[in-house]
Ligand binder design. Structure first.
Ligand SMILES: Nc1ncnc2c1ncn2[C@@H]1O[C@H](COP(=O)(O)OP(=O)(O)OP(=O)(O)O)[C@@H](O)[C@H]1O
Ligand SMILES: [Mg+2]
Length: 480
């Protein structure tokens, strides 16, 4: 046979024992079936349907068995070093041909559709991430969450659903996990059972394997979207209004320090990314993230990604290390993807010392909660400072809190835009400028609500005007 991809192993392989299957059912039997069915009473029809469903199940099982067998052969037969330089088209052809040869050896006949599906799955096994591939390619899916080999959940439009994709067994799942983590030079095993990584398409990946994961490996993937949602998209999807967008544009352009707060998957990174589009093209922006997700459109952007320790426990570069170094790199603005630890100290200092217009996200349920999270992070970083001093640091560092939320109906909304105005005694004073008002729930579960101004004029109105952003007073006026 062809093949610069096929290993040079002499001698044909004997047909596999025990896996040969009869070809498709004889045509004459199939031809009688419809007439018999049409005459059958209801029970008989139900029975026929059950038989058909059973047949379909068996067909799928059979295909899976075939895939396992052929995949095993492919791994033995393919010349893996030639694969690296092969074009996708030639490799697909090659896999299809090897599969045909294997099917012939096993005396199995498949229709065209099954054969194509089989070849695609084999290609995904060899070159990609197996059963995860179709989910990764599906643009409507945001998150993929694997709870052991047989349960793969996906998130679409803010809602989680169980997919019909499965791994063969835990070993299959572990093999794919291993493929992902070894591609980024990491390893997961008994002594090191969890790991963060980035897929080649940029998606964020986390896994945890047994025995820590009790019912089989757990995998979470946040899909990377090449076309990030822009401000216009977010307005169109109802994440916030045009008035709020105008306000946010003024806030970013006038270099307010902004914290985007929100729960998990609420759209924090998306909001941060969209807000960054208001940054002037002449500014030097440095971004620091654990997994590089942000995609800034400006010309002058320096991106940094922290790194965990390697297998020997060496070489870690934390977000804090990056941030400290960034301060020596003449940034106009610093953007930290998510502040979650000791880097909070340097972030607050940077915001307080001339890097106005810096931004970050934080995991919190409302702006007040976000402040407490910041306080806690400072305390956890081991800084011995009276609470009042910590609060006044926060109050002078952060100008604006933007709350992102994922509501029960799956929609993502900016539920609050809150300014920090200073300190009153021991307490940080805040004023909400815009909010999302929930008014009820439709029978379908859709949440009824509207965005509204609170009637409070921005504390930064003068600054906005001085910078050329003369927002009309009407945007601060509440409706209804
Ligand atoms: N307003 C929106 N409308 C529709 N989809 C959105 C919206 N905001 C975000 N998304 C989508 O929701 C998913 C999660 O968004 P994002 O990564 O920004 O969340 P996050 O809060 O940063 O999550 P995490 O806590 O995991 O870091 C993404 O796939 C994103 O494209
Ligand atoms: Mg995020």
């Amino acid at each position: 046979m062809f093949s610069r991809f096929k290993k040079d192993t002499p001698g044909a392989r004997p047909a596999t024992q025990g896996t040969s299957a009869p070809a498709a059912a004889p045509a004459d039997k199939a031809a009688f079936a419809p007439r018999a069915q049409a005459q059958a009473p209801v029970q008989q029809r139900a029975a026929a349907e059950a038989i058909a469903a059973d047949k379909e199940k068996k067909r799928k099982e059979r295909l899976t068995e075939l895939k396992v067998e052929i995949h095993k052969r492919l791994l033995e037969d393919l010349n893996l070093s030639a694969i690296e330089t092969a074009t996708e088209q030639s490799l697909r052809g090659e896999i299809a041909a090897l599969a045909t040869e294997a099917l012939d050896d096993m005396s199995v006949a498949l229709n065209k559709e099954d054969r194509l599906a089989l070849t695609q799955e084999l290609y995904d096994e060899v070159m990609g991430l197996g059963p995860l591939e179709p989910l990764l390619k599906d643009e409507t899916i945001n998150d993929i969450l694997v709870n052991g080999p047989k349960r793969i959940f996906i998130e679409r439009a803010g809602k989680l659903e169980l997919s019909d994709v499965t791994f063969r067994d835990e070993r299959h799942l572990l093999r794919i996990i291993d493929k992902i983590v070894s591609a980024v030079g990491r390893r997961v095993d008994e002594s090191n059972p969890y790991c963060d990584a980035r897929l080649t398409d940029g998606s964020r990946f986390n896994c945890m394997i047994p025995p820590i994961a009790v019912d089989g490996s757990l995998v979470s993937i946040r899909k990377f979207k090449k076309d990030k949602l822009r401000i216009e998209d977010l307005v169109r999807f109802g994440a916030f209004t045009e008035e709020m967008a105008a306000y946010l544009q003024a806030a970013v352009s006038c270099r307010l320090n902004i914290v985007v707060s929100g729960g998990t998957g609420s759209g924090k990174t998306t909001t941060l990314n969209a807000l960054s589009s208001f940054i002037d093209n002449h500014e030097r922006v440095l971004t620091i993230e654990d997994t590089a997700e942000l995609q800034l459109q400006q010309v002058h952007v320096g991106r940094m990604e922290s790194r965990p320790a390697n297998v020997e426990g060496k070489g870690a570069v934390s977000q804090r290390d990056c941030l400290r170094n960034a301060l020596r790199m003449r940034p106009d603005r610093i953007i930290v993807g998510e502040t979650r630890g000791e880097e909070v100290i340097d972030m607050l200092q940077a915001m307080n010392t001339g890097h106005d217009g810096s931004m970050t996200t934080i995991h919190a349920n409302n702006p007040r909660d976000a402040i407490s999270r910041l306080e806690n992070m400072v305390a956890m970083a081991g800084i011995e400072m009276p609470l009042k001093a910590v609060r006044s640091q926060i109050a002078s560092a952060v100008n604006l809190m933007v709350q992102a939320s994922r509501l029960q109906d799956g929609t993502r909304r900016m539920t609050s835009v809150t300014e920090i105005t200073g300190m009153e005694g021991e307490v940080i004073s805040m004023q909400e400028v815009f909010r999302f008002e929930r008014m009820g729930v439709e029978p379908s579960g859709k949440i009824i609500g509207r965005f509204n101004a609170t009637g409070i004029r921005s504390a930064y109105s003068d600054r906005f005007r001085q910078w050329g952003f003369d927002l009309p007073a009407s945007i601060y006026e509440p409706i209804g």
